[in-house]
Structure formats: C-alpha cells, structure tokens
Design a protein around this ligand. Structure first.
Ligand SMILES: O=C(O)CCC(=O)C(=O)O
Length: 298
C-alpha cells in the first residue's frame, strides 16, 4: 500500500498515521535476519544497549543504517520517502536511525514522551517512521499514541528542573488518556510520528519479539537548535534524499525548552529510568552550565 490522502489527513489531525504493507515483505524479512545476525556478536555492547534485566539481550541497536545495507535500503525506499515527502515537504533529509528490539519477556517500557523534547529544531517538519519488523499487537507491546497530542505544543519533560526524557503523567500535562490508540500492525507496517505527538510503549511480557527499525527524517530547512551530547550525534550523518539542501532555516518561532539533563545520558531508556544519575563515573561534558557552577563551587 502507498500513503493516501486519508493517511496524510490523519497525520495532520492526529499527529500520526499507520500505513500497513508499505515496505516489501522480502526486505523486512531480510532485516529481521540481519538483526538476528548482528545480535549474535560475542560482545553485545559493540552494537547494542543491553536490557538491564538481562545483559545478554539487546534493547536497542545503535545506528542500524551504518551496520548493514538492508537498513539503508529500507530508509531510502522510494515508497517510504514518497510518504515522508507528503508529510514534511519535497526537500527530505534522512537524519539518523535506531532499532528497538523489545525482546520477549524483558523488552523495556518506553515512557510517554515527544521526540521534539529530545532534539528541538527550528520547525516541526520532522517525522520518525517506526517500521515494524515483526507483527505488533498489544500482547508484544505495540506503539501507543495519544491522538491529537501534537497540538498541545512542547510539553514538560523535566524532573527537579532537569530534562528527564518523559512526561510525568498524561493527566498532569492535559492529555486525555481516552485519546490513546494502540498502533497494531503486521510486519512491514509503518507508523509515521509527528515530533510533538505523545507516544510510548509497554514492557513486552509476551514470548514474541517486537522489533522496530526507526529512521528519522527532517525537512531540509528544519535545523537542530540544540547540540547537547545526546543530540549532536544525529546530525553529522544527515543526508539529503530528495530535493535541495536549504540555504535558509525556517523558524516556527516561540520558546522551546532545551533538554538540559543533570548528567550525560546514552539513550532514551537510560534517562527515563534515571540510570544516568547512578552511574559511578558521571561524564563531565563541559557543555552544561550547571557543570561550570559545580566546578566553581569546588
Ligand atoms: O519502540 C517503541 O515502542 C517506541 C520508540 C520510541 O518512541 C523511541 O525510541 O523514541
């Protein structure tokens, strides 16, 4: 199936749309096989972040497009990029990618968040494409989205004044839990996510994987306005897929909170769990203003 006007309208109204069967089965099957092969490495930490409950099992593969050609093939697939262009405009940049593994029984929770909170840009013409590599149902923790929440603007993701990577509770920020939609889909289904739509997923307590490859795109004139350590790695690999590079940055204006965390963190999971605060050696990045005041406080 290709993206239709109805999907585009859903995206504008609800902040997301679900397109089944967008990508060829064969490519999706190959991607699954490649994930299996990548995770057979003797040292998992070379390629992936482990699940805290079971260090022998991965929860996220870093930058899959740089690890195997099949992910690049998926990320630049014409039908996918056509769809992205309908959502963000004709000048399309592939910005970065990740792969969430959600292994059986231990697959970590992803708490409620908006992607834009992690990497604010000059405008909101960004889209993350969550491509299911396995059939995803409630049982194996499909993605959950709060329909229409992208119209609430950027919501607070702080705890004790620092970026915590998650929204404390839907009710607290005025998002009605009745708007939640379970995005079930067969392997090859793509969920297109507006950067301000609130989303998350439960722990996978089933005995089936729920793997998702997530390439993220931006309009060529949507530039990052925050280059903290966890966001800076997104941009250097960015490449134009369609149209022209921008010579201007388009701004939606307004004031956006920056994701200034209390300590450096390596992933959404880590900051949402607060694990970045309990590491024995905290990384001093030299970037955050609070690090300077700590240093001068002695
Ligand atoms: O894999 C999921 O269920 C959610 C992914 C997500 O929201 C993220 O990694 O930012």
């Amino acid at each position: 199936m290709r993206i239709t006007d109805t999907h585009v309208e859903n995206y504008r109204q609800n902040g997301f749309c679900v397109v089944p069967g967008l990508l060829p089965d064969k490519l999706v099957r190959t991607a699954r096989d490649v994930v299996d092969r990548l995770l057979q490495t003797p040292d998992l930490s070379d390629v992936a972040e482990p699940e805290p409950e079971d260090q022998g099992v991965a929860r996220r593969i870093w930058s899959p497009t740089s690890r195997d050609a099949v992910f690049e093939e998926l990320a630049v697939h014409d039908d996918l990029v056509d769809a992205v262009a309908r959502l963000v405009g004709d000048d399309v940049v592939l910005q970065y990618s990740k792969l969430n593994v959600k292994p059986p029984r231990v697959g970590s929770v992803v708490q409620w968040h908006q992607d834009f909170a992690y990497y604010p840009h000059s405008n909101t013409d960004l889209v993350a494409c969550l491509i299911y590599l396995d059939d995803a149902t409630r049982e194996n923790a499909c993605l959950r989205v709060a329909a229409g929440s992208h119209r609430h603007g950027l919501l607070p993701h702080e705890k004790n004044g620092y970026f915590a990577g998650k929204i404390a509770s839907l009710e607290e920020v005025g998002v009605d839990p009745a708007t939640l939609v379970e995005c079930e889909g067969t392997a090859g289904t793509v969920v297109f996510l507006h950067p301000l739509v609130v989303h998350g997923s439960e722990k996978n307590v089933s005995d089936r994987y729920r793997r998702a490859f997530i390439p993220a795109y931006r309009a060529a004139d949507a530039f990052p306005i925050y280059y903290g350590p966890h966001a800076a790695h997104n941009e250097p690999g960015a490449k134009l897929l369609r149209g022209r590079l921008a010579t201007t940055a388009r701004s939606e204006g307004g004031v956006w909170r920056l994701p200034i965390a209390e300590a450096e963190f390596n992933s959404l999971y880590e900051i949402q769990e607060g694990a970045h605060l309990t590491r024995s050696a905290k990384t001093r990045t030299g970037y955050f203003s609070h690090e300077e005041s700590e240093a001068s406080d002695g």
